[in-house]
Design a protein around this ligand. Structure first.
Ligand code: HEC
Length: 128
């Protein structure tokens, strides 16, 4: 009797079914073709939750201003004390947007790591 009941517990089957097959949510951000490989560096993928980065914001409107051509452009957030975005001012923004514009709507906390900021800066410079 004990042996018979033990045979009814399908633990083995359940364990095997777990973790198999691709998960629907695993598609990379900024990967419209769904290849699983984003064309953007990971540091930039973070931005895509709020911004578009391609020409004319072609991927559709988001809450944040489009980043195409931002280098050399007039800042849109209130209170940014610079006439045009350049390397130094963008680097400060990417370190901590609030340190540049205390009232900013951006909830991006910034990158403390200069290497990550450098990767983002190079990317932004290429989007012209
Ligand atoms: C949580 C959403 C969010 C994320 C993530 C985010 N941003 Fe932003 N960003 C904003 C918003 C909102 C604004 C507009 C702020 C304002 O007007 O006060 C903004 C503004 C900016 C601006 C100024 C643009 C202009 O038109 O002058 C730059 C540059 C910028 N973000 C770069 C980035 C980069 C690069 C990343 C990724 C490393 C990033 N942001 C991540 C929300 C975000």
């Amino acid at each position: 009797m004990v042996l018979f009941l033990a045979g009814l517990v399908p633990g083995g089957v359940m364990a095997e079914a777990k973790g198999t097959g691709p998960e629907a949510s695993s598609a990379a951000i900024g990967d419209p073709e769904g290849t699983g490989e984003s064309p953007y560096p990971p540091e930039v993928q973070v931005c895509l939750g709020c911004h578009t980065v391609d020409k004319e914001g072609a991927r559709g409107p988001k809450a944040a201003p489009p980043l195409w051509g931002v280098v050399g452009r007039e800042p849109t957030p209130e209170g940014v004390a610079t006439e045009r975005w350049g390397r130094a001012s963008l680097d400060r923004w990417l370190t901590n947007p609030r340190s540049v514009a205390p009232e900013t709507r951006s909830r991006f906390p910034g990158y403390a790591d200069p290497e990550r900021r450098e990767k983002v800066l190079r990317f932004l410079e290429s989007q012209q």
